[in-house]
Design a protein around this ligand. Structure first.
Ligand code: MN
Length: 284
């Protein structure tokens, strides 16, 4: 599982030039010798239609995420918001966006840079850091996650957002959850039931291309090796109180239901189609 995840992230984040021959030996080292009739691991119990995706399709090209996250962590920058502070009104008010971006998010970035300075993490892409986050100090985990998660969040919101997804993402959502409405319900539940501070996510499972919903505490994210199910996040919802409290006070559910009016589905679709393993899986 871990090797598959690393493989997917190689494709997603590093514009990798890994060849099939180079990575194949690490994929399933015992599979050829195993007696299939006595195997009970997950791979062998899956239906035949979930055959492994050819490695070439996973690592063949960079994608929308890779361009930003391929760099060594120490070279990452704190970029401008893609819209004005008041652009998300009335769903998210100007002061909330300003404080959230300019104080909270900026502090995560600054503290992440301090935490990795002159450490081995400085030269690693964040995807590789997250994939081994359990071996890093809490300051790297909390601030690295805080920095990365908020970039995804701001970019998957838009003043022109809302509506519903289209294309292969819409198909995948229907296939996975039964309907868009059911997806919305399950995603909202993930955000509403997260006790304390954290995030709700829609991610792609690198082992089979399937979509799944999860939530994480604090500033953790689905790329981290500490979560129950790892995946590549394509939609992020911040449910920390700082994301909504000025306007919604204790009514997190109202903030979550209003969130859909801002979702930049084009961005989410781009992230989804960049996960080639997901696109391939949908065609089976
Ligand atoms: Mn936040």
């Amino acid at each position: 599982m871990k090797s598959k995840l690393m493989l997917l992230m190689s494709g997603l984040f590093m514009a990798s030039t890994i060849t099939f021959a180079q990575v194949q030996p690490t994929l399933k080292p015992v599979k050829k010798k195993a007696d299939a009739s006595k195997q009970s691991n997950v791979t062998d119990s899956e239906p035949a239609k979930k055959m492994p995706i050819p490695v070439k399709t996973i690592v063949s090209k960079p994608d929308v995420l890779s361009k930003k996250w391929v760099a060594p962590a120490s070279e990452l920058t704190f970029d401008a918001l893609p819209y004005a502070f008041n652009a998300l009104e009335p769903v998210i008010d100007q002061l909330t966006v300003e404080i959230h971006y300019d104080r909270h998010h900026r502090a995560y970035f600054n503290n992440f840079m301090k935490a990795i300075k002159e450490t081995k993490a400085a030269n690693m892409p964040v995807s590789a850091i997250f994939a081994n986050i359990s071996s890093f100090p809490d300051a790297v985990r909390n601030n690295g996650g805080g920095f990365f998660n908020h970039v995804l969040y701001w970019e998957n919101l838009s003043p022109d957002g809302g509506g519903e997804p289209s294309g292969t993402l819409a198909s995948a959502i229907s296939k996975t959850f039964g309907s868009y409405a059911e997806f919305v319900k399950q995603f909202e539940d993930a955000g509403k039931t997260r006790f304390g501070s954290g995030w709700a996510w829609l991610s792609v499972d690198p082992s089979n291309g399937e979509l799944f919903i999860s939530s994480t505490p604090n500033q953790d994210n689905p790329l981290m090796n500490t979560v129950e199910r790892q995946g590549t996040p394509i939609l992020a919802l911040d449910v920390w109180e700082h994301a909504y409290y000025l306007n919604y006070q204790n009514k997190r559910a109202d903030y979550i239901s209003a969130f859909w009016k801002l979702v930049n589905w084009k961005e989410v679709e781009n992230r989804y189609t960049a996960c080639e393993v997901a696109s391939k899986a949908m065609k089976k």
